[in-house]
Design a protein around this ligand. Structure first.
Ligand SMILES: [Fe+2]
Ligand SMILES: [Fe+2]
Length: 501
């Protein structure tokens, strides 16, 4: 036993020297010498430099990248001008019966991963586990990391939160007399993991600093060697009476260089990647009385029409397609790629790659360029954060997908609050965790395009190809259809092409 423990410690220290924390879930696997050698080889690659925590998901991602890399060098060197799509992560788990215990394990895993990230913050180096706080003196400065279990506003207007780790829970107070901190606390949501420092009280902490897992500040801005473009479509909603056929046809004309001014046609000729970020069709039975708003009432026919439209895109442009909540796939995330049984026609498109929601795709790699990592997420959880997070709600709400995406990057999770989306509690991997920092984080669902930059990650939300439905009218959505965000991969600048009113 003694020997084993020492060995574990050695492994942890070995990776620590490389600036990497080893997560519990992979430690046993690494005790096998052969596995250790393999993983060591993986972390020596260039891809490892953005990784701060080594867990099973990261190991899986590494393996995929290195495998692709090997295949590439074995086959042929990809010329710079060729488009290149590699699936880094796409969920293909098989359904199994989930039990209450799975949720507990899922949340324990999530806590541990985010705790590992937070532990590296200088302000949290002396953190204590919650059960050790009792030994501390009154007023002593302390720090802890915990998952937010409860959030209340006291009658004096201060915030009182309960946070917990695997040793216990503690109440923390954020007073309104510290306006900067108070504003930060206003945006805290349930189940997120935070680090705090503050003064010890009687079973309570008076907070003076809050840390979030967040993404690093110093990510390099990767740029392609030559001018080429990627664009983002989402929420086409084929089959809906509100589908904007004419606008979409204008898009098809433009992408075939038959529409637009000289510069716009020039751009069209250099588009190499089109991401389709979910809600390709309107679906059937998605909301009450939907059939009254459908022009095509059969799901297969909806996909056939959608594939028919997408087939008009020049076939040398690569299509990357993930599902949304209107597609033929369970709503619980991660969503597998759209069901082949319903969407055979999409699978028959020679240039289409069908992936899960969320997924990570690497595009445009070539000899000497590692390509761009794109995190795709349809955005089903976004509705929750628009209504729950004050700084998003008060600064444009549904009009500001970029604020939501920034918020989620800070929390390092696509759905930090348990109730913000439906999900499958995979006990092996947290499929909604943002473990790997992407170059692009792209989404849809909001029906309004947005583009921004956060710590050198380009955030893009697609618009939609459906006019306002009665359902959207009711829930207060304000769609802005027929816009196409286009990113120049050489400069990373985003242009918004307008193809409708
Ligand atoms: Fe949609
Ligand atoms: Fe959606």
């Amino acid at each position: 036993m003694q020997k084993l423990e020492t060995k574990k410690k050695d492994i942890v220290n070995f990776f620590l020297k490389k600036g990497m924390l080893v997560s519990q879930d992979i430690l046993e696997h690494l005790e096998d010498k052969k596995n250790l050698a393999e993983v060591h080889k993986l972390v020596e690659t260039n891809y490892a430099k953005d990784i701060s925590v080594l867990n099973k998901k990261i190991k899986y991602l590494f393996e995929q990248i290195v495998k692709d890399e090997l295949e590439n060098t074995n086959e042929k060197k990809t010329p710079d001008s060729e488009s290149n799509v590699k699936v880094v992560y796409s969920y293909n788990g098989t359904a199994k019966k989930r039990e209450a215990n799975d949720f507990i394990q899922y949340f324990n895993n999530r806590f541990r991963t985010l705790q590992q990230i937070l532990k590296q913050r200088p302000e949290l180096h002396n953190r204590l586990s919650i059960n050790r706080l009792a030994n501390k003196k009154d007023r002593e400065q302390i720090s802890v990391i915990g998952m937010v279990r409860d959030k209340q506003q006291t009658k004096n207007g201060n915030y009182m939160l309960t946070i917990e780790d695997n040793t216990g829970s503690i109440r923390i107070i954020i007073t309104k007399n510290k306006p900067k901190l108070f504003k930060i606390a206003q945006d805290i949501v349930l189940d997120e993991v935070i680090g705090i420092t503050g003064a010890n009280g009687d079973n309570i902490i008076f907070v003076n600093n809050i840390s979030f897992p967040d993404i690093p500040l110093d990510r390099e801005v990767k740029k392609a060697k030559e001018e080429s473009y990627a664009l983002f479509l989402s929420d086409i909603h084929v089959g809906s009476k509100n589908f904007l056929k004419e606008d979409f046809n204008r898009f098809l004309k433009w992408i075939n260089c038959d529409l637009g001014n000289e510069e716009q046609r020039q751009i069209a000729s250099r588009v190499k990647y089109i991401f389709v970020l979910g809600d390709l069709v309107d679906g059937c039975g998605i909301y009450p009385n939907q059939e009254k708003e459908l022009e095509i009432k059969d799901i297969k026919e909806q996909y056939e029409e959608c594939a028919n439209l997408l087939s008009k895109i020049p076939s040398d442009i690569k299509l990357i397609i993930c599902p949304g909540n209107h597609d033929a796939m369970r709503v619980a995330e991660p969503q597998l790629p759209i069901y082949r049984d319903f969407a055979e026609s999409l699978y028959n498109l020679p240039n289409a790659t069908m992936v899960s929601n969320p997924s990570i795709i690497n595009i445009h790699s070539s000899a000497g360029f590692s390509g761009f990592d794109v995190l795709l997420y349809h955005g089903y959880s976004f509705d929750f954060y628009v209504s729950e997070v004050a700084s998003i709600r008060n600064n444009g709400g549904y009009d500001r997908a970029d604020l939501i995406m920034k918020f989620l990057l800070q929390k390092r999770n696509l759905a930090p609050s348990h109730t913000s989306t439906l999900y499958v509690p995979d006990t092996e991997l947290d499929n909604l965790a943002i473990t790997m920092v992407p170059d692009f984080f792209v989404s849809g669902h909001i029906h309004k395009a947005a583009a921004a930059n956060y710590r050198n990650v380009t955030l893009i939300s697609g618009s939609c190809w459906q006019s306002k439905t009665t359902f959207q009218e009711k829930v207060g959505h304000n769609p802005e259809p027929s816009r196409v965000p286009i990113v120049n991969l050489q400069t990373r600048h985003v242009k918004m092409l307008k193809l409708g009113n």
